[in-house]
Ligand binder design. Structure first.
Ligand SMILES: [Zn+2]
Length: 390
């Protein structure tokens, strides 16, 4: 988030759109739109990437201003210098310090910055600006054996995209796993039914935190033979909504619809009995009555915003604190998806009427692969398995 208005500097401008959607662009100190940045960011309209890239890009554009570098004069070495100043391990002098007083980017922020800069300059090159740099950034590399194993039809791949700005890959034997017994220890220290719901649903359902915080009560079909007719057992429809009041949005965007109060489509995840149990415990014990009007599942339980939708950041904070109380160290929501993957390698808990899918099992290649065994039901509905097994 922008920390107030910085006079005399480029800044990110948030534009409120219809339906509580927000767009992000970069403006000059006087308020005029930075055309090059705006053109690039507009290609990410409606996606969370636009916000991330806007804040990464504005830092880079401010640096260009300080270095008095025009977009058509920037070279690969300049970008490497910039990445070095932002925290990457780059040999050679980088010039004057940058981002004084701010923490250097971590690994994933460096990856995101590298992707953002590559995208930005390749976009510029496509418009005829600094074509040479665009070509240098678009160079490819030969696939390794691990790449080929990982990719669909990997055996026929000849080249892969490479980003000379990205930090070198770290090969891990395992993805970031949850510590042993984390689910039960987190449940033991969770102080509210809502927090127990979050731990259980992340663990059993394999939700992303944005998906979970973006759920509406209408998305939950937690009984058999729900009226949508799309899944016989208890399940949840994960639907991408851009305008949720807590800004949480599902990353996946399969089409969904609401007809006569019944949700159909979206990404369908099955609900385990433990998920259903924690849901009822939360709804009967803590959910505001009368209903708060927004219809969202997860709400704040205390403070001035009590009853308002709960933001994904707040859920992350709850997990972090619960992890510390339970002596587990830092717990990130994404780690639950690796546990699910481990327990559910794509074959267990298959629903009748579904053809066996091809879960891409990736443990051992250092990337974790795709965690959701994707299947296509005969009706053509895409289902992500979300059944706790064992
Ligand atoms: Zn349904």
């Amino acid at each position: 988030m922008a920390r107030g208005l910085v006079v005399g500097d480029l800044r990110v401008q948030v534009l409120e759109r219809a339906g509580a959607c927000r767009s992000f662009t970069v403006v000059w100190p006087g308020g005029a739109v930075h055309e090059a940045a705006d053109g690039f960011l507009r290609t990410y309209e409606g996606s969370g990437t636009q916000r991330t890239y806007a804040f990464l890009l504005v830092d880079h554009l401010r640096w260009l201003e300080r270095e008095a570098l025009a977009l058509d004069r920037v070279g690969l070495r300049d970008l490497q210098r910039y990445m070095g100043l932002a925290g990457a391990k780059v040999a050679g002098p980088h010039g004057e310090p940058w981002r004084n007083g701010k923490r250097p980017y971590g690994r994933s922020a460096l990856q995101a910055a590298a992707a953002c800069l590559k995208g930005f300059y390749v976009h510029q090159a496509s418009l005829g600006v600094n074509r040479e740099l665009g070509e240098q950034l678009s160079r490819t590399r030969l696939p390794t054996r691990a790449d080929r194993r990982r990719a669909f039809l990997g055996h026929v791949s000849r080249e892969l995209p490479a980003n000379p700005l990205a930090p070198p890959p770290v090969r891990r034997r395992h993805p970031k796993m949850l510590p042993e017994g984390a689910r039960d220890r987190l449940l033991a220290v969770a102080s509210t039914a809502r927090d127990r719901l979050v731990v259980t649903w992340l663990s059993d359902g394999g939700f992303r935190i944005g998906e979970l915080c973006g759920l509406h009560l209408a998305d939950l079909h937690l009984r058999e033979d729900a009226s949508c007719g799309e899944c016989r057992v208890a399940h949840v429809h994960v639907c991408h909504r851009a305008g949720n009041p807590n800004r949480a949005a599902a990353k996946t965007k399969p089409e969904w619809s609401m007809e006569g109060g019944v949700i159909r489509g979206g990404l369908i995840k099955r609900a385990s009995p433990a998920m259903v149990h924690t849901y009822f415990e939360y709804l009967t014990g803590e959910y505001p009555r009368p209903g708060p009007g927004h219809g969202m599942l997860l709400v704040q339980l205390a403070g001035p915003g009590s009853g308002q939708p709960w933001a994904a950041d707040a859920a992350r904070g709850m997990l972090r604190r619960a992890g510390q109380r339970a002596g587990l160290g830092r717990i990130r929501p994404h780690a639950f998806r690796h546990i699910l993957h481990d327990r559910c390698p794509g074959r267990l808990g298959r629903e009748p009427g579904h053809r066996p899918g091809r879960g891409r099992v990736g443990v051992g290649d250092g990337r974790g692969g795709d965690l959701r065994p994707r299947r296509r039901a005969r009706s053509g509905v895409r289902c992500g398995a979300a059944t706790r097994v064992g």
